[in-house]
Design a protein around this ligand. Sequence first.
Ligand code: KIV
Length: 269
Amino acid sequence: MQSMNRQRGRISVPDFVAKKAAGQKISMLTAYDFPLAELLDRCGVDGILVGDSLGMVVQGRETTLSVTLDQMVYHAEMVGRAVQRALVVVDMPFLTFQLGVQRALEHAGRILKETRCQAVKLEGGADQAEVIAGLATAGIPVMAHVGLRPQSINQLGGFRVQRGEQRLLQDAQSAEQAGAFAIVLECIPAAIAAVITRTLRIPTIGIGAGPDCDGQVLVTHDLLGLGQDPLPRFVREYAHLGQAVGEAVARYVDDVRQGAFPGGDESYE
Ligand code: KIV
């Protein structure tokens, strides 16, 4: 009974998919910790992604390749505990799903069992159809990810726009046929994303894929102005928190040096 109450008001995988048929755009953002996940959830975002982008955003690495399953579980557990409403999707890191269905099942199963999150995301389309089907059959909802796949950065030669309509469409259709419930389209021309979005029944979630996707996802740190410099063209900075933090910290340092902090009101009698 208590667990049914906990699910009340929660966006489920079918709710998420139904938004496409209802013509409702889907908003998604990344989170890697409890306070930010709680804040995003309260602000009404539809989906929260615990992305392996945490390797770059939180760990300061140049790629996502070194992120481990233990690290994803650690962050996803905090996010899963914080979120009451949004659908929470967790990235499967590099080499946790490419080694076959059995290994992928063990790793995705661990994510769902240990984190209270509802779905996994994996980078792949036609090449991962067997794994997507295996997970979906086991009741593990899968969000696929085609276009620019950061885990293939060494093969792609850099973070750049992916073209080739036939291959992208084929990847997206294979993921849908294999049982994916949604698909991230990263860094592809807007016109190709529009064709894919019209062709698929499941929602497309774009990042650098133009306005016609069924939903959008951004790295929250980029949106808040805490991100990398220079930002990719597809990011819109809705706030400049990096600058605000810089100014606040400079004032604090100055106050401490001048003996102006703490004051009487900030001290105990
Ligand atoms: O890891 C991540 O945050 C992602 C999004 C950028 C889509 O895959």
